[in-house]
Design a protein around this ligand. Structure first.
Ligand code: ZN
Length: 188
């Protein structure tokens, strides 16, 4: 062994030999010498840190939960669910009168609905999977919008819905990947 693990090591001077070590609440240790000299100050510093959390810790506590800007992507999930329910019903009605494409869409919307609802469940559990599924849902919605535009219009210049959805999806995913609140909220 080239190194030794010393349990008793002074957090101030690094000394490992002392007839007595003083352990503090924050698991720091002081040798007898340092304790005699700085013990009181050391304790005061620990108390101050406890009652006054650092700026970063404070921000972390404030930027947490499904509020702030995060309310926007979460609300959009509800909009996606409602619109998928309507699209599902419309395609189901259409598939009763004729077969082919409409039956295909019945399954598409059923799948999207399952994805969106699962996503929402994980969002409210504040699971990291909630964030990942949210990104997957926005991509799925973008692809779905593009397919709908392609079937409706022959001229790519008319793919307006796809263009708008692409822009919104881009902003939402950028936010989900960079937000401090998202990082602090989806932790499980
Ligand atoms: Zn010491």
């Amino acid at each position: 062994m080239k190194y030794t693990v010393t349990k008793d090591k002074c957090s101030n001077c690094g000394k490992i030999r002392s007839k007595k070590f003083w352990t503090f609440k924050d698991k720091t240790r002081l040798c007898d010498d340092c304790h005699w000299r700085y013990g009181e100050l050391w304790q005061k510093d620990i108390d101050t840190k406890e009652t006054h959390p650092t700026y970063k810790e404070k921000i972390g506590q404030e930027l947490k939960g499904l509020g702030g800007w995060l309310i926007i992507p979460v609300s959009i999930m509800f909009v996606l669910i409602i619109s998928a329910i309507f699209s599902f019903i419309i395609s189901l009605v259409a598939s009763i009168s004729k077969t082919g494409w409409s039956l295909f869409f019945v399954f598409i919307y059923l799948g999207l609905l399952a994805l969106y609802i699962t996503t929402l469940v994980f969002i409210f559990q504040k699971s990291l999977l909630g964030k990942k599924l949210m990104i997957a849902s926005f991509y799925a919605n973008l692809i779905n919008t593009a397919i709908a535009d392609m079937l409706l219009y022959s001229d790519p210049e008319e793919y307006i819905a796809t263009g708008i959805t692409f822009f919104i999806t881009w902003i939402l995913i950028k936010y989900l990947n960079n937000s401090e609140r998202v990082k602090n909220t989806f932790t499980k």
